[in-house]
Ligand binder design. Structure first.
Ligand SMILES: *Cc1c(COP(=O)(O)O)cnc(C)c1O
Length: 973
């Protein structure tokens, strides 16, 4: 490292003419914000000679890594892309009809280019600051409206992680609702859905009973029945009687639905189902070898306190109004969520799938109800044509009469079929009995494909033949069928307006412009690490060789992914000091769950099943207690001391008290208070001596990469949020990837998969796809490849320098709540805003909203300490940007001083009235005791700032008047 640093300085010290050769490892210089000169200034301000001087001071000697990371030498963008392209080329793309919840689809190019590949749509944070997030909130509301319409139910969320986890969430929602403990499930759910039910039910003691359609037995313990619709064999079942019986028994009905089919068949709402879940993947989201995709959940509205909507998991966007009564959107009912309710939360979901929900919603906005129905009819007609040809041949049996897009076919000679599939490079589903196959068609299937499929089944028909007979083929769902949909959908104006490309581009741009993202300014969110998401890192996700791979394609066709995963697993082990990695968890919280499950199953395997206590410091992220709850562990809080460290005395007392029941501790390092605790090794030892396991929350590894490794200082398992430290963009609230890394004794307990076993493991799946959100893992691969070991270490050191530089400057106006013994912070720090309540009547939220007038997104608010802001600049921010942010906060401090001194009104002042959207500033009757300039342009750079589009939003109003679909037209007038 010293070496590289010296070279770097040396390089810049010599004149340009003396340096004519490019360095291949120059990307780190572009990822890292501050110039060499700025670094020197900042180091000087803090009293250090170089970066090592700084980090050797605040990273405790006992845990410091004494050697460089052993990773491949860094490559620049062009060469990295060349290497990754050669890896992607190892994937073989075949025409795939496997189905099972994943379908080819056409992602409209206009959405690829203007949303998926657009930093203005992918680099926003979760919309916790709604005044600068109205664009994606509107789009997510479109998503919810689309889901409500298609499912025929009343309230939908936006969004869940995948269909299988959504099934599990529906199961626990039903249990919360009627306090019953048995789920009766359709054995024709997709196998990964059954697998997730099993994983999640076991620790919670929920009884799972497969349903026998002929003799469905329900009793007073039956919480819900869960039905796949259409089922995994393609059958569209008739459900009225079953649903009636369930309801008569007080049992809820959960339907796992295919969105496209719902344009043609009766909706869950029409069938009187209570809950619908499913995946929105085939609405314009690439397969990506399993993800990321958005799953959905919708519920029927019921009256009274025990209300399904109010105990739903995940994020719900709701309609409210701003301070001037103007319609505005925000996240509704947040008191259900882990960040507030912790172990009492309705789920552990934090990061969801916002970007993918936005893509799916935009697909529906673009196509509208008529084109969607036309797509569905074409798919269905094609399937019907195939079915008729198969039957007419007399050689094959089509098992079910009522299908939408999927046929289960009994064939005479499976081996011959396999041979022909190989010849035509086609993937279909082979059932385990060796007698049946499955074929699922989709919007990409054209007559030529059908002709090839028929060939596989020994039938000769030209594509022209297919095309000319498609229309006249009778199809089971078209015409007057018992299954036909009876209700309209997507009637709202938004789904009937933007059908031309010009209109859609403008609509997307209009929404994008309402949201603050990394294209505007730094987003200094403590614990969330909003760092650069470099263009070169993002480009590979749209390569067809990555995006067009079905998650259940055979291994022989997915060698490119296999190679990428292998590299990534190896590199993440080297970075963390662990022995193996599971890439399956598709969010940090899901990783926590997977890690705790591994601990639980390990303890059970060594005869320690009485161990169920999980110690969690009171400052922990809300997902920790919520995940522990899901793993059925007993959460016991541990106190922090006044330095923000774990209170070792309290820890010892708790460990002694529960020594025989201790399963694990979940700790965050550096602590959520932003300091490197020197006692970390002692904490780990203490837990191990008492038979427990150490779960180190590695969501945010940005202060550790290259400096210290959790696996070295005593931790057994961590999840790593690749959407924080490792450059996957936040997408405005997802996607994420939360792989877990473990010590070898936990390796056998990592997640497996029922369809595509992972390293031979079939049990304990935690996501629908074997490798979770596979396609975006390429981003992390690219980042590590671009940075190399030295670059990564330098990034960590710069993140720490930037944080300490900002903290030092901010001390002029604010108290830094926690520091280590040397007076330093790690990569983030907390400023105290509590005193202003008393001195000026100013709350931390007033400061957060006022920052918007300066063109900035607020830092993390009210967590982990109330009335505080937690700031994390990351290494990607340059000194100029950090200075503008610090100057803004100091200027706000001056405004507070004017209130304290009586020079500004305590009620009507720029903080209480913040933010100031353009429409209030230009209002003719401006009658406030401060000027418009003060309101909107308090600093010179504000002239080109991002403007909030609404005034302060009324949260209470929205929660009292819950409204979660597109507002009726009157609301806009
Ligand atoms: C972000 C975060 C999590 C949760 O990760 P998600 O991907 O949002 O589920 C957990 N712990 C810490 C410390 C975090 O910062």
């Amino acid at each position: 490292m010293m070496n590289r640093f010296a070279v770097a300085f040396g390089r810049r010290a010599v004149s340009l003419t003396q340096r004519r050769l490019l360095n291949y490892d120059c990307f780190a210089d572009r990822h890292i914000g501050p110039s060499d000169l700025d670094r020197q200034h900042m180091l000087h301000d803090l009293g250090f000679k170089d970066l090592d001087g700084l980090t050797n001071t605040n990273v405790p000697e006992a845990i410091r890594m004494k050697r460089p990371l052993n990773l491949p030498r860094a490559l620049d963008e062009e060469r990295m892309l060349k290497e990754l392209r050669s890896i992607a080329a190892l994937n073989e793309i075949r025409k795939t009809y496997i189905g099972m919840g994943y379908y080819n689809c056409i992602v409209p190019a206009v959405i690829v280019r203007n949303m998926l590949q657009n930093a203005g749509w992918v680099t926003q944070y979760t919309p916790y600051q709604p005044e600068v997030s109205q664009g994606r909130l509107e789009s997510l509301l479109n998503f919810q409206t689309m889901i409500c319409d298609l499912t025929g139910l009343d309230v939908a969320n936006a969004s869940l992680l995948d269909e299988s986890t959504a099934c599990a969430e529906a199961m626990t929602l039903a249990k919360r609702f009627n306090k019953r403990n048995t789920l009766v499930y359709d054995p024709n759910l997709h196998p990964q859905n059954i697998a997730l039910l099993k994983t999640r039910a076991e620790p919670l003691g929920i009884n799972l009973v497969p349903m026998d359609y002929n003799r469905v037995s329900l009793d007073k313990t039956t919480s819900a029945i869960m039905i796949q619709y259409p089922d995994t064999e393609g059958r569209v079942p008739l459900l009225d009687d079953l649903i009636e019986r369930a309801h008569a028994n007080g049992t809820l009905v959960i339907m796992v639905c295919d969105l496209l089919s719902l344009t043609l068949i009766r909706s869950p709402g029409d069938l009187k189902a209570d809950i619908a879940v499913g995946s929105a993947q085939r609405f314009g989201v690439p397969l990506g070898y399993g993800g990321p995709h958005a799953a959905f959940m919708a519920v029927a509205k019921s009256d009274g306190r025990n209300n399904l909507a109010r105990s739903m998991p995940g994020r719900i966007v709701g309609v409210s109004k701003d301070a001037n009564g103007k319609l505005a959107y925000r996240l509704a009912l947040q008191t259900r969520e882990q960040h507030i309710r912790r172990d009492k939360a309705t789920s552990n979901i934090c990061t969801a799938q916002a970007l993918l929900a936005n893509m799916a919603a935009m697909y529906a906005v673009y196509h509208g109800p008529h084109r969607l129905t036309a797509i569905a009819r074409t798919v269905h007609k094609s399937t019907a044509f195939l079915a008729h040809q198969l039957k007419a041949s007399g050689r094959h049996e089509v098992v079910h009469e009522d299908y939408f897009d999927t046929l289960k076919i009994r064939v005479r000679d499976v081996d011959e079929l396999k041979k022909r599939c190989e010849e035509k490079k086609i993937n279909i589903r082979f059932f385990e009995d060796g007698k049946h196959v499955g074929v699922s068609l989709d919007e990409t299937t054209d007559p030529e494909d059908i002709s090839d499929l028929l060939y596989v089944f020994g039938i000769t028909k030209s594509a022209d033949d297919v095309e000319s007979h498609l229309h006249e083929t009778p199809a089971p769902l078209i015409g007057n069928s018992d299954h036909s949909r009876r209700s309209t959908f997507l009637t709202h104006k938004i789904f009937n307006t933007h059908h031309s490309e010009s209109q859609l581009v403008r609509y997307m741009k209009q929404l994008e412009n309402k949201d603050i993202s990394l294209v505007h300014s730094m987003i200094p969110l403590g614990s969330c690490t909003m760092k650069l998401n470099a263009s070169a890192e993002l480009i590979p996700i749209t390569w067809p060789k990555f995006s067009n791979v079905h998650p259940f394609a055979p291994h022989s066709q997915t060698q490119g992914y296999a190679k990428m995963f292998q590299d990534l697993e190896k590199w993440l082990c080297e970075i963390t000091g662990y022995d193996s990695v599971s890439l399956q968890p598709n969010s940090g919280a899901n990783g926590e769950y997977a890690g705790l499950l591994a601990i639980r199953n390990y303890l059970n395997s060594i005869g320690q099943d009485q161990r169920n206590v999980c110690l969690i410091p009171s400052s922990a992220h809300g997902t920790n207690p919520a995940s522990a709850q899901l793993a059925n562990m007993r959460v016991v809080p541990v106190e922090s001391d006044r330095h923000g460290n774990i209170n070792f005395k309290d820890l010892s007392a708790k460990v002694d008290k529960f020594s025989n029941e201790l399963a694990a501790i979940m700790i965050t390092y550096p602590s959520t208070h932003g300091v490197f605790e020197s006692s970390i090794v002692d904490v780990c030892n203490k837990i191990h001596e008492n038979g427990g396991q150490v779960y180190l929350d590695g969501a945010n590894l940005n202060a550790q990469v290259g400096l210290c490794r959790p696996g070295d200082y005593g931790s057994d398992v961590s999840h790593l949020n690749l959407h924080k430290t490792f450059c996957i963009p936040h997408g405005g609230g997802g996607p994420g990837a939360g792989p877990i890394a473990v010590k070898s004794h936990l390796t056998p307990f990592l997640p497996g998969h029922p369809v595509i076993p992972v390293d031979g493991r079939e049990e304990s799946a935690v996501s629908a796809a074997p490798y979770g959100s596979s396609s975006i893992l390429a981003i992390t691969w690219a980042y590590i490849r671009l940075m190399g070991g030295n670059g990564l270490r330098e990034a960590t050191q710069m993140a720490i320098l930037n944080a300490n530089y900002m903290a030092k400057r901010l001390e002029e106006g604010f108290k830094i709540v926690y520091k280590d013994e040397q007076g330093l912070n790690a990569h983030e720090f907390i400023i105290d805003c509590k005193p202003f309540k008393k001195s000026a009547g100013i709350e931390v939220i007033d400061i957060a909203k006022r920052l918007m007038d300066y063109g900035f997104h607020a830092p993390t608010m009210a967590w982990p300490v109330h009335d505080c802001l937690m700031i994390e600049p990351t290494e990607s921010e340059d000194k100029g940007e950090m200075d503008r942010f610090v100057d803004s906060l100091l200027s706000i401090r001056e405004e507070i001083r004017q209130i304290e001194e009586g020079a500004m009104d305590r009620e009507v002042n720029p903080l209480k009235m913040a933010p100031h959207p353009l429409y209030t500033v230009v209002n003719s009757d401006w009658n406030r005791p401060y000027s418009r300039e003060v309101a909107a342009f308090p600093k010179p750079w504000c002239h080109s700032k991002h403007w909030p589009t609404v005034a302060r939003i009324d949260d209470q109003y929205g929660d009292r008047n819950l409204f979660c679909t597109c507002a009726p037209m009157e609301a806009y007038s």
